[in-house]
Structure formats: structure tokens, C-alpha cells
Design a binder for this molecule. Structure first.
Ligand SMILES: *[C@@H]1O[C@H](CO)[C@@H](O)[C@H](O)[C@H]1NC(C)=O
Ligand SMILES: *[C@@H]1O[C@H](CO)[C@@H](O)[C@H](O)[C@H]1NC(C)=O
Ligand SMILES: *[C@@H]1O[C@H](CO)[C@@H](O)[C@H](O)[C@H]1NC(C)=O
Ligand SMILES: *[C@@H]1O[C@H](CO)[C@@H](O)[C@H](O)[C@H]1NC(C)=O
Ligand SMILES: *[C@@H]1O[C@H](CO)[C@@H](O)[C@H](O)[C@H]1NC(C)=O
Ligand SMILES: *[C@@H]1O[C@H](CO)[C@@H](O)[C@H](O)[C@H]1NC(C)=O
Ligand SMILES: *[C@@H]1O[C@H](CO)[C@@H](O)[C@H](O)[C@H]1NC(C)=O
Ligand SMILES: [Zn+2]
Length: 452
């Protein structure tokens, strides 16, 4: 019991004892391995990543945002906003008013990005700080007329090694210093689409390569003397789900192509009707039982995917593993589905002076990452949809109670109270020992009123 009380108090002390008097601004490197599904960590081996986690923190599931696609989710991580609020609502978009198109190959018009302010821009507005990017959607676009001080134009052919070399060089030798940096890598997303997450043999090989890259990253940071002082977050945008040739939804069987424009296809289709919207909706609604069809005004509130002109009048949401096609017979292993599906969730791991060591947490939202990063960098966050409190348990300078600790505290308090009660009872018994005749005396007292 003594041990428990000691444990309890040492827990309280380590919980409170953060180092709040850090003089230099913290530095943060945000890394994304695209399409790193959360349960890959349970189903495959990651010796380097597990070492990183052992000395840092792990969030097993990050609930990302709908639609669970690459561009929208990367922008939510760096803005803390749902897609309807940051404006990147898909990888393929069309704006009815300006008649502009957006796709992952044509993404450089700031028009699409300017509805929000990403953290690398905010970071640079503080004096004597720069940001650097070895790719990340949006980092090669002048958002609010500002790119990171150091960045690369997006190109999938630039090797991981070159991205890593350049981002560490910028972190080391820049004036004003780079305090926020991003690093992006296309795997395991590309192979996840190609093989499907259940192809153990191929995914084993691909995920081992990803783990080796994490090993290279940590090794490089150690060699350069950055490892102890740099805060590193490794996360991802979404997961991946298995596809099947039997799970196809063929729109051509239901509706004539001439009656609508398809802005985005699968697994969430964005439909812009060319004729009466109700008519298009009625045809699509009965098209396939494995597809939900929503008029824009009826999109479920939990998706936070409605209040933006770039969301089309009708959206179709395929069930997990189903592919929406136009008269084509090949399915696509994909992501983009309902963000409540755990197959769509990524994970988050972090290491560095601001993070606890060897701490595991079950879940946060991807929009919670932004307020945490602002806290680490000492930036005032823009209005956002995240909750800083959700990430407090990851940080050494924050006081948080998680469930096991709370149970420990309750048990501890009960034990202390029980002990005190026992002591009091024992003391009372001791006090009453020298009065063996008290009962007799009492009886005498009882007689008093009769005597009177
Ligand atoms: C706080 O950090 C500074 C600089 O890293 C260090 O010198 C100091 O000892 C730390 N204080 C505590 C209480 O950890
Ligand atoms: C910015 O850096 C310059 C020189 O490095 C220094 O004189 C100045 O005080 C710094 N400003 C702030 C706000 O830290
Ligand atoms: C990386 O840095 C080297 C050396 O400064 C430079 O030549 C190269 O162009 C950079 N790579 C990219 C993709 O920016
Ligand atoms: C990116 O590409 C643009 C246009 O091709 C070019 O003007 C610019 O110099 C490039 N920036 C970097 C950092 O490579
Ligand atoms: C669209 O069609 C429905 C019934 O099919 C009709 O009630 C409605 O008035 C039509 N709306 C327009 C704008 O034509
Ligand atoms: C769909 O495919 C069938 C057979 O391949 C073809 O006959 C038909 O014209 C196609 N329909 C459209 C709308 O492309
Ligand atoms: C998300 O945050 C933005 C900015 O504060 C706000 O306008 C929006 O209403 C929020 N969305 C929800 C669902 O709370
Ligand atoms: Zn992605």
C-alpha cells in the first residue's frame, strides 16, 4: 500500500514537473508516410519505428476527416480544420462560380488553398523564424502570398534520401532558423493501391522499406546531432481498404452520362447535375444498395462536409471496399470512405524533448494535431476544429489524467481514507483500554434519571 501511495505521488510530480522555461523555440519536423494504415503497426514488423516509439509516444488511431483522401487530410493536419472549412474538399474539385478545376496534377492556384492558413505560413509571420518543406500538399503554393522559405516543387521522382538531406540541411544551417519543417513520402499508399492491404507478401516488403526509411531518418538526425533537440512527428493522412472484383458499382447501368458531370469518382463521387437535380438524385438513389446517395443538404452532420461551394449538389458514398465505376470492370483498392471506419485511420508517433517517453494513447482526431503543433512552436493557433486537451497526455509540459491514472488516484485516496479510519478506530480502542469498567459506569449513569 505504501508503494502504491509512493507511485501515486511520483506520478503526480512527473505529471506536473514540465520544463516551462525553455529559452530557444522548439523545432518540429512533421513527417507523413502516405496511406500508412493504423493496423499495419499490429500486423507487420517495424523494428525502427518501434524503437522510435519506445523512446517517444504512440497514438494508435488517428480519426481523420471525411473524405479520407490525400490532399484534404494533409491540409487538415496543418490547419486543424474540417474539409468544409479549409476548402480542399477532394483531390479533384470544380468551382462552379469561377469554373476553375483542381486536381493532384494541377494544384498550384492559391485560390484553392487560401480559405485557410497552414501552420508553415503562421510560423513565418513570427519574427526570425522560417519554415521548410521537403514536400507536403500545398507547400509549393504561395498560400496568402507565402511559401515556406525553403521548399521543393512536388515531384515523385525525388528520392527519399534527397528529401531527407535537404530538409536536415535547412534545419541545421538557416538564418532565421527553420523551426517548422515537413517531409512527405508516397509509400505505403502507392503499393497499398496496387496490391491491397491484405497482400501480406508484397505489403511485407513495402512496409519493410518504409521502416528502413524511418531508420535512415533517425540515423541521420543522430549523426547530425539533431536527435535530442528536434521534435519529430511521424503520421499519415489515411489508411487503405481491400478491394474486390465483385464489389463494383456501375453508374452507367443507372443513369445516362449526358445528364451529369462527374467531378470526382470513387469511393466518394461528386455529381454536378446537368438536368433537374431531383431527377438525377432519384435515379442514383436506387442504383446500388452498397452506395449511399446524398443531396448536399442531407449529408450527415458527422462528416462535417457540407458548407462549402466546392461540395457538389449530390455525393455518392460507397460502402467499405466497393468501387464506383463508369462501365469498367476493374476495382481499385482505395481510401476515401467514411472516416469512422478504422481501416481509414492512420496512426501518429512522436519523439523529442516535448514528448513523453514510452507513452501509448488510444486515439485523437487528426484536427487535434494542429493545436498541439502550435503549442510546441509557441504559435497562436488560428480558429480551428481541434481540441488541444486531447493531446495533453502526450506532452511533458502538460498536466493530464488518463483513465488508468484516475483509477489509481481513486484507489489511492480510498486506501488513504481506509488507513486513517483504521488508525482512528485503533486509537479509540487504545484509549478505551484503561477504562475496563466503563460499561459498569454507564449502567450507573443510566440509573441516574431513575434516582432523580
Ligand atoms: C529546463 O531546461 C533547461 C535547458 O534545457 C535546463 O538547463 C534545465 O535544467 C531544465 N530544468 C528542469 C527543471 O528540467
Ligand atoms: C532577430 O534576430 C536578430 C539578429 O539575429 C536579433 O537582433 C533580433 O533581436 C531578433 N528578433 C527577435 C524578435 O528575436
Ligand atoms: C537539394 O539540395 C541540393 C544541394 O543544395 C540541390 O542541388 C537540389 O536541387 C535540392 N533538391 C531539391 C529537390 O530541391
Ligand atoms: C518551382 O517551379 C516553378 C515553376 O516551374 C519555378 O519557377 C520555381 O523556381 C521552382 N521552385 C523551386 C524551389 O524549385
Ligand atoms: C424537378 O423535377 C421534380 C419532379 O421530378 C419537380 O417537382 C421539380 O419542380 C423539378 N424542378 C425543376 C427546377 O425543374
Ligand atoms: C459500356 O460497355 C459496353 C460493353 O463494353 C459498351 O457496349 C457500351 O457502349 C458502354 N457504354 C458506355 C456508356 O460507354
Ligand atoms: C470549425 O472551425 C471553423 C473555424 O473556427 C468554424 O467556422 C466551424 O464552424 C467549425 N466547424 C464545426 C463543425 O464546429
Ligand atoms: Zn494519401
Amino acid at each position: 500500500m505504501k508503494l502504491l501511495v509512493i507511485l501515486l505521488f511520483s506520478g503526480l510530480i512527473t505529471g506536473c514537473g514540465g520544463n516551462s522555461s525553455r529559452s530557444l523555440p522548439s523545432k518540429l519536423l512533421l513527417v507523413s508516410f502516405d496511406g500508412f494504415r493504423a493496423d499495419y503497426l499490429q500486423n507487420y514488423e517495424f523494428p525502427h519505428l518501434q524503437n522510435f516509439i519506445k523512446e517517444g509516444v504512440l497514438v494508435e488511431h488517428v480519426k481523420n476527416v471525411f473524405i479520407t483522401k490525400t490532399f484534404p487530410n494533409h491540409y487538415s493536419i496543418v490547419t486543424g480544420l474540417y474539409e468544409e472549412s479549409h476548402g480542399i474538399v477532394a483531390n479533384s474539385m470544380y468551382d462552379v462560380i469561377t469554373k476553375k478545376h483542381f486536381s493532384d496534377f494541377d494544384d498550384k492556384d492559391p485560390f484553392w488553398w487560401n480559405e485557410a492558413v497552414p501552420i508553415w505560413v503562421t510560423n513565418q509571420l513570427q519574427e526570425n523564424r522560417s519554415s521548410a518543406a521537403a514536400m507536403w500538399p500545398g507547400t509549393d503554393v504561395p498560400i496568402h502570398n507565402t511559401t515556406p522559405s525553403y521548399f521543393m516543387n512536388y515531384s515523385s521522382s525525388v528520392s527519399f534520401e534527397e528529401r531527407l538531406n535537404n530538409i536536415t540541411m535547412w534545419l541545421m544551417n538557416s538564418n532565421p532558423p527553420v523551426t517548422f519543417a515537413t517531409l512527405y513520402w508516397e509509400e505505403p499508399d502507392a503499393s497499398g493501391h496496387k496490391y491491397g492491404p491484405e497482400d501480406k507478401e508484397n505489403m511485407y516488403r513495402v512496409l519493410k522499406e518504409v521502416d528502413d526509411l524511418i531508420g535512415e531518418l533517425v540515423h541521420k538526425l543522430k549523426v547530425l546531432g539533431l536527435w535530442e533537440n528536434l521534435n519529430v512527428i511521424i503520421t499519415s493522412d489515411h489508411g487503405m481498404t481491400q478491394c474486390s472484383k465483385d464489389k463494383l458499382i456501375n453508374l452507367d447501368l443507372c443513369i445516362d452520362r449526358s445528364s451529369y458531370t462527374l467531378v470526382d469518382l470513387t469511393p466518394v463521387a461528386a455529381v454536378l447535375p446537368k438536368i433537374n437535380t431531383t431527377e438525377v438524385y432519384n435515379k442514383l438513389k436506387v442504383c446500388n444498395p452498397h452506395m449511399n446517395v446524398y443531396l448536399k443538404e442531407d449529408i450527415p452532420a458527422r462528416f462535417h462536409y457540407q458548407h462549402n461551394d466546392r461540395i457538389q449538389p449530390i455525393i455518392l458514398v460507397a460502402d467499405e471496399g466497393w468501387t464506383i465505376v463508369l462501365n469498367k470492370s476493374l476495382p481499385k483498392c482505395d481510401h476515401g470512405y467514411d472516416n469512422s471506419l478504422s481501416s481509414m485511420h492512420p496512426f501518429l508517433a512522436a519523439h523529442g524533448p516535448v514528448f513523453h517517453k514510452g507513452y501509448k494513447h488510444s486515439t485523437i482526431n487528426s484536427v487535434d494535431i494542429y493545436p498541439m503543433m502550435c503549442h510546441i512552436l509557441g504559435l497562436k493557433p488560428h480558429p480551428n476544429n481541434g481540441t488541444f486537451g486531447h493531446t495533453k497526455c502526450l506532452l511533458v509540459d502538460q498536466w493530464c489524467i488518463n483513465l488508468p491514472e484516475a483509477i489509481g488516484i481513486v484507489i489511492g485516496v480510498l486506501l488513504v481514507l481506509t488507513t486513517l479510519t483504521c488508525l482512528i478506530i485503533i486509537m479509540q480502542n487504545r484509549l478505551s483500554v484503561p477504562r475496563p469498567f466503563s460499561r459498569l459506569q454507564l449502567q450507573e449513569d443510566d440509573d441516574d434519571p431513575l434516582i432523580e
